[in-house]
Design a protein around this ligand. Structure first.
Ligand code: ADP
Ligand code: MG
Ligand code: ZN
Length: 575
């Protein structure tokens, strides 16, 4: 007990002494303790929550050198510079070093002076690196951005999959893996690949309560964009586009509209990229228009809005990118423009990729499309996607603020659940909807599902409708998806109870953006009519003539009659 307390003081004082912080955040302390005890540790924490400290501090307390594996040279350099500034001996090993620099790092590591050695996965796999690491006294291995291991993550890096084998060749070392990507699928992949099923898992909530999520149809997008950005005049914001060309175009569009905007993408000269990033960080520019190349490791606390001009490729990516807004805990607005055309375009991009990769990206895109189409609380959907239960509606997203009318779905939910049971819990969402709508396809026929009592029972609705019902039922946990098995749907205890004792359940109809756009256009047309309504003109003309006759004046003067002006502005234009 006493020892523990002493350790307590030691960790806290180290935190203050080296990093200048007086408190640990969230799970940091428990995580640090776990790794100090030599246990494998798996940390899942949102971006900006403070993952780095979870390996930096133990590295200082333990004997020897901690290896930190990080995917980007820029990230490594950032951290090393920062640690050096704190007076910590941290170094990196990557392709940017000269031979003599490399040798110096190796010497200082073997002698035990280096407390943190940052290594790119490519360097790690080199035989000479291995040889040298075997000579060093390594305290533990930290694998930062561990989602790079998984094809289901948004930054898959094949070299990451070799890390485990290499660690084994160095010695029997504790591992701490860290990521901000928390889908159950990715989490499982990481643990499997790193063979750390028994690791202590520290997962923080992914709810970013200060972020407002909003999806709008991609319609007159440029106009909407300008209006939106101008309504945040002088505030920091990021606009993500999918292509470099689009980045340039949008940056230019904003500039000609008096917004201080700069482009950022991998096709720009490194010096320009740096300059633009710095200008954004130093507030010489308000808006950075970028591809997803921008942002990893960027820590600007007061980004007030994040716009996805194009539909993102995955919910993970979307969550990461929106996560760069409101890091100071204040207002953060996340606006995404969505169109199914974007989804189709993105699907085409991955056409030439290997089959599994192509199927993966297709599934991720479908999830993205469902998120956008759904009228369910965005936060609930996001958190569910990350395996986190969120019962109520958040009240702080577009779907909560402008709720769609709900419909009674008791019978349809029973029907959907029954279909899952009758097809023996061996199929995914598309098949369930196919059976319900009475589709004739290869699977339906070869499994004899056209003989089931539920076959065609839902044919009054289309596939989209049933997909939406099933998705909402998943959110309410009447069903669950087997993530290891192609998203096969399984019924839960709660679902079984529902079939036996159904009760009223309200679901929301998906957005139909085409319809919404048409309505909005109609509304706007009526609005502009207040200025140019034909009826109004006709009426004025009539009045003009009449009054001109009465007062014997030329008609145009009458427009100066205040009562007439008043009449013109109060004339009701919307029916
Ligand atoms: P992550 O890797 O989880 O995205 P970082 O490790 O980059 O987050 O940390 C984000 C920010 O939080 C950094 O500016 C860091 O200095 C700060 N930070 C981390 N831990 C603490 C703490 N205990 N107290 C105050 N600030 C902290
Ligand atoms: Mg980090
Ligand atoms: Zn909500």
């Amino acid at each position: 007990m006493e020892i523990l307390e002493k350790d307590d003081v030691k960790l806290k004082s180290k935190l203050k002494e080296v990093f200048g912080y007086s408190q640990f955040r969230g799970n940091q302390e428990a995580i640090i303790r776990n790794i100090i005890e030599g246990k494998n540790t798996f940390v899942i924490m949102p971006t900006g929550a403070g993952k780095s400290l979870c390996y930096q501090l133990p590295a200082l307390v333990l004997d020897g050198t901690a290896i930190v594996i990080s995917p980007l040279i820029a990230l490594m350099k950032n951290q090393v510079d920062q640690l050096n500034a704190f007076g910590v001996n941290a170094q990196f090993l990557n392709s940017t070093l000269s031979k003599s620099e490399m040798n110096k790092v190796k010497k200082e590591t073997i002698s035990g002076e280096v407390k943190l050695l940052y290594v790119a996965p490519e360097s790690l796999t080199k035989e000479e690196t291995l040889e040298f690491l075997r000579k060093a006294n390594i305290s533990f291995v930290a694998i930062d951005e561990a989602h790079c291991i998984s094809e289901w993550g948004h930054d898959f890096r094949p070299e990451y999959r070799r890390i485990r084998g290499i660690i084994d060749q160095i010695g029997d070392l504790p591992i701490i893996a860290l990521t901000a990507t928390a889908t159950p699928k990715v989490q499982l992949d990481i643990q499997k690949n790193l063979q750390m099923d028994e690791a202590s898992v520290f997962k923080s909530s992914f709810n970013r309560t200060n972020l407002y999520y909003e999806v709008r149809p991609k319609h007159k997008t440029k106009k909407q964009l300008i209006k939106y950005v101008k309504s945040h005049k002088g505030k920091s914001g990021i606009v993500y586009c999918l292509s470099r060309k689009k980045v340039e175009e949008i940056a230019e569009l904003l500039r000609v509209n008096d917004v201080k905007a700069l482009p950022y993408h991998a096709g720009l000269d490194a010096s320009i990229r740096m300059a633009n990033q710095d200008a954004f960080l130093n507030e010489d520019a308000d808006v950075i228009v970028a591809t997803i190349a921008f942002g990893m490791g960027i820590d600007k606390p007061d980004v007030r809005f994040v716009i996805h001009y194009d539909t993102p490729k995955s919910i993970e990516g979307y969550y990461q990118e929106t996560g760069r807004g409101g890091r100071d805990g204040l207002e953060g607005n996340c606006l995404m423009f969505y169109s199914y055309d974007d989804i189709v375009k993105l699907e085409k991009f991955s056409k030439d990729k290997p089959v599994t990769e192509r199927d993966n990206s297709k599934l991720l895109l479908q999830e993205m499309a469902s998120y956008a189409d759904s009228a369910v609380c965005r936060r609930k959907q996001l958190l569910h996607y990350f395996g986190e239960a969120y019962e109520k509606d958040c009240g702080f997203c577009d779907n909560c603020v402008h709720p769609k009318e709900k419909f009674e779905a008791q019978d349809d939910v029973v029907l959907a659940l029954k279909t899952v049971v009758l097809t023996e819990q061996r199929f995914g969402i598309d098949h369930i909807s196919a059976v319900l709508t009475g589709m004739k396809n290869q699977y339906v026929e070869s499994y004899g599902h056209n003989q089931l009592e539920v076959y065609g029972k839902g044919k009054d609705h289309d596939i989209q409708y049933w997909n939406s019902v099933v998705r909402q039922v998943l959110l309410s946990e009447y069903l669950e998806k087997d993530i290891e098995n192609f998203g096969v749907l399984k019924i839960t205890e709660k679902g079984l109870n529902f079939i036996e004792n159904p009760h009223s359940i309200k679901l929301s109809k998906d957005h139909n953006y085409d319809e919404e756009v048409a309505k909005e256009e109609e509304r706007q047309e009526n609005q502009t009519a207040s200025g140019h309504d034909e009826n109004l003109f006709e009426m004025l003309k009539g009045l003009r003539k009449k009054l001109a006759k009465e007062k014997n004046l030329p008609p145009y003067v009458l427009f100066q009659d205040p009562s007439l002006k008043e009449m013109a502005t109060t004339y009701p234009t919307t029916k």
